[in-house]
Design a protein around this ligand. Structure first.
Ligand code: 5RP
Length: 235
């Protein structure tokens, strides 16, 4: 994946920086998305070069699984391991308290399971993902079981949100998650208390999980460009 696109350069650099923190003999949570894809590639390269031994991955999506196989990372499941040493995952928005909105790839349910289990959760983003307040730019994804779509849409509107069903691209009809569910993207004018909203939404019958990750991230690595060169800083 050679590129001179500035955003891709930042994503690549930050993905590599996160992969550099993985140690031998560990279980690694493999996130979903274009930034994490670079981390998965870098991890596979380190394994292939013999820099790392005995690393196994727990993928957060079918997409992450496919990539891990492509780059030669052995995979396991949560039934087969006691824990996860480190998880690397992207985000759609990051606030100054390291709270996140995730789910741009409709994978936030599995991502939350894996990222929350990790002893160390490293978030990898480019500078464009940093916001003062969550919800400023990105809609909040909510995964819902199909038969509860209408009542959940109404409940989200009652909470002050503007819900819309996420539609597929190059696929007729709605996006279907790896669990066979639907995703509602919700515009909130202002998310003043992300922790409270995360719990309130998850309490609506039929909601599986929403994309607010509050108090979960340990480290946020931010890729930025300085004089055309990618630079990594820790938030
Ligand atoms: C998928 C996610 C992704 O991590 C998030 O959308 C960021 O993706 P990208 O690195 O492609 O910008 O939450 O559900």
């Amino acid at each position: 994946m050679v590129t001179d696109d500035p955003v891709k350069l930042m994503k690549q650099a930050v993905g590599r920086a996160a992969a550099a923190r993985v140690e031998s003999n560990t279980v690694v949570g493999l996130g979903t998305g274009s930034t994490t894809a670079y981390a998965i590639q870098a991890l596979g390269n380190r394994l292939a070069k013999g820099e790392l031994q005995n690393v196994v991955g727990v993928p957060t999506s079918f997409g992450a699984e496919v990539l891990a196989k492509e780059y030669g990372i052995p995979l396991t499941t949560l039934d087969a391991v006691d824990g996860i040493a480190i998880a690397i995952d992207g985000a759609d928005e990051v606030d100054p308290q390291k709270n996140l909105i995730k789910g741009g790839g409709a994978a936030h349910t599995r991502e939350k399971v894996v990222d929350c289990l990790a002893d160390l959760f490293i978030v990898v983003v480019d500078g464009g993902k940093l916001v003062d307040k969550l919800g400023s730019k990105f809609l909040l994804p909510v995964e819902v079981i199909p038969m509860a779509l209408s009542p959940v849409m109404r409940a989200l509107a009652k909470l002050g949100g503007q819900p819309e069903l996420r539609m597929g691209v190059k696929k007729a009809g709605p996006v279907v998650t790896d669990q066979g569910n639907l995703v509602i993207d919700v515009k909130f004018e202002s998310i003043d208390n992300p922790g409270e909203l995360e719990k309130t939404i998850n309490n609506i019958p039929g909601v599986l999980e929403n994309g607010l990750f509050v108090g979960v991230a340990d480290i946020v690595l931010v890729g930025e460009l300085q004089n055309g060169q990618p630079l990594i800083r820790e938030l």
